[in-house]
Design a protein. Structure first.
Length: 394
């Protein structure tokens, strides 16, 4: 037998009578609620309830606004502010660390965009160790100051998105018309008419332009540097280096008061390990460009207990810091001006990187000793974020 036609939605639709009754009930309920509210409002107790409720509501709104302002202030500040020595006369550390040909480029960029020259030097140091490694980064940053292609050409380029690698040809990167069209920061700093991230002058000038656009010319260095790399650690590293490059600046000091011993030498090429059949009792901190003469400073305050020539260490100095802790600094270019019994402060210059003793290149051999027995120095210096090139160091 054929089933009668059936509309399943009919079971869910009320009849016309039910619809009229429902509407009347809603209207009556609304009228009753209004009448009740008026009655409460006219009574003394009702007025008190309304006033108290209003005050609570206002207080809640004030609290929400206050919390929101705190959140926004925290969010908008990309890193903790700090006092900073900007610009000015280059320090001895700066003279030793920075290749001299770059200094005029930093100062030309400062004159053009108002960003302190030593900030640009700090960025250059952190990004490519003064152009000693200009290979493309894992994220796609290119050139001497490691620009993302989309920042160089402009984020309006049709292929730009994500981290900013884009699909931008080398010809486009170097085309001033393309950069102008898409609003990029690529700048011709050397006057050849081509904005080229692989030209060190162009890259430095472009970095100054970008930092200035983000507050770097107005003293907002933390904000500008955070915009450059989106990392608080990056901001601190750049500022630390930049401050050490000018007179009146400071050495790179940890929160515990210890000081990185190699000043501008930052690369650890060999760690504490068995090497060539025997224990290598410290870390080797290589001098940039295999150059001697870079200052060595005391890791902690203490008393010199040895200063002179000691076997394979060559010219070396040992400092006792108390509590059974001492440090050794080997292969110095010459003997230290300090002798046994002299007091030294943390960060005080005690010698210079050399190539003496059993050394195969200009570097500082640095040891930490507990009860005169060498221990791995890496845990003591890792907070300075050195560049580690020993594949055995994890």
């Amino acid at each position: 037998m054929e089933q009668p036609s059936h509309d399943p939605d009919q079971e869910r639709r009320p009849s016309a009578a039910k619809q009229v009754a429902g509407a009347a009930a809603k209207k009556a309920a609304k009228k009753a609620a209004v009448t009740a509210a008026k009655t409460v409002a006219k009574s003394p107790i009702g007025m008190k309830i309304i006033l108290i409720g209003g005050v609570i509501l206002v207080l809640l709104l004030i609290l929400v606004v206050f919390i929101g302002s705190l959140f926004m202030a925290s969010f908008s500040s990309s890193s903790d502010t700090r006092s900073f020595t900007s610009g000015g006369q280059i320090s001895q550390t700066g003279l030793e660390a920075i290749p001299p040909e770059f200094i005029e480029y930093y100062k030309a960029a400062e004159a053009e965009y108002g960003v302190p020259w030593n900030i640009l030097a700090g960025v250059h140091r952190v990004e490519t160790v003064f152009s000693t490694n200009v290979s493309e980064s894992y994220a796609g940053a290119v050139g001497h100051m490691q620009f993302m292609p989309c920042t160089w050409v402009g984020w309006n380029h049709p292929t730009c998105g994500g981290l900013g690698r884009g699909d931008i040809s080398l010809a486009e990167l170097r085309d001033p018309a393309v950069v102008a069209k898409y609003g990029g920061y690529g700048t011709d700093g050397d006057g050849d008419g081509i904005p080229d991230p692989w030209s060190v002058q162009d890259a430095i000038m472009s970095a100054a332009k970008y930092l200035a656009a983000n507050g770097g010319a107005d003293g907002k260095l933390d904000k500008a540097l955070y915009a450059y790399n989106n990392s608080k650690k990056y901001v601190k590293d750049v500022l630390d280096f930049a401050e050490s490059y000018v007179s009146g600046g400071t050495a790179i000091v940890s929160g515990e008061g210890t000081v990185w011993p190699g000043t501008s030498a930052r690369i650890i090429t060999s760690g504490y390990k068995v090497r060539w059949g025997k224990q290598h009792a410290g870390i080797d901190i290589a001098a940039p460009g295999d150059s001697t003469g870079i200052p060595i400073v005391a890791f902690m305050p203490g008393t010199v207990i040895f200063s002179g020539v000691r076997g394979g260490y060559g010219n070396c100095i040992i400092i006792d810091h108390g509590n059974n802790v001492s440090t050794l600094y080997g292969h110095m270019v010459s003997t230290s001006p300090f002798w046994a019994g002299d007091q030294v402060a943390a960060g005080q210059e005690i010698g210079a990187i050399g190539n003496t003793g059993g050394s195969k290149g200009a570097h500082l051999h640095f040891e930490v000793r507990i009860k005169d027995s060498p221990v791995d120095p890496l845990p003591y210096v890792k907070g300075f974020n050195p560049i580690i090139q020993d594949p055995d160091i994890k």
